[in-house]
Design a protein around this ligand. Structure first.
Ligand code: URA
Length: 205
């Protein structure tokens, strides 16, 4: 796992972790990903958002949530009254996993081994940032940090106890909202996502 790439304990600041993660070869995804996409945000943030893995745009930019899902997330944060600049945003897996389809790189879900290999980075980010609350965006983050039995449909929006922070919540991934074709369903799904974020925000005060 990535544990062997971690800097010594007293030096695990976000910049030191980002630097160390840039050379991580703990799983095969470093061979096909353009670069490690580390988390970003204040080094002490009350709220941490955890996604799945960088997408195509994030892989090229080297920053989390800057593509279509990131734009939807940005809009939802604004609608929830949350300033993204105050939030630490990261992913469960730090490299983009993809398959070629024609000229496009299509996202593939990270597997258990890649998640387990990468999770020392996420755990170290949590330890450095010491957030009050963690919101898991989608099943990958929620199963990595909350429970392998976490079901977004059943368990989303619940404020749960965790050893990682004051509380943790899982909700839908913004990419899942982008895949809803029916406009009314998409709008309802978006509204529910915003209300989960509002609930998280209210728990910070
Ligand atoms: N989806 C994610 O889970 N993370 C990103 O950074 C972008 C898309």
């Amino acid at each position: 796992t990535a544990a062997r790439f971690l800097p010594p304990l007293p030096e695990r600041t976000i910049p030191a972790l980002r630097e160390a993660a840039s050379g991580c070869t703990a799983c095969p995804l470093h061979l096909t990903g353009t670069q490690t996409v580390f988390g970003e945000g204040p080094e002490r943030a009350p709220l941490m958002l955890v996604g799945e893995q960088p997408g195509d745009k994030e892989d090229l930019a080297g920053r989390p949530f800057v593509g279509p899902a990131g734009q939807l997330l940005d809009r939802a944060l604004v609608d929830a009254g949350i300033d993204r600049a105050q939030v630490y945003v990261t992913n469960t897996v730090k490299h983009f996993k993809w398959v070629q389809k024609g000229r496009r790189r299509i996202h593939e879900k990270p597997g258990r081994l890649e998640i387990v290999a990468c999770v020392p980075w996420l755990e170290s980010e949590i330890a450095a940032v010491t957030p009050t609350g963690i919101v898991c965006l989608g099943a990958t983050a929620a199963t990595a940090l909350i429970s392998r039995d976490f079901k977004v449909t059943q368990d989303r929006g619940e404020i749960l106890a965790t050893p990682y922070a004051g509380w943790i919540m899982g909700t839908i991934h913004p990419s899942a909202l982008l895949r809803i074709e029916d406009p009314a369903m998409a709008e309802a799904g978006y509204a529910r996502f915003v209300s989960d974020l509002v609930k998280a925000q209210e728990r910070l005060a």
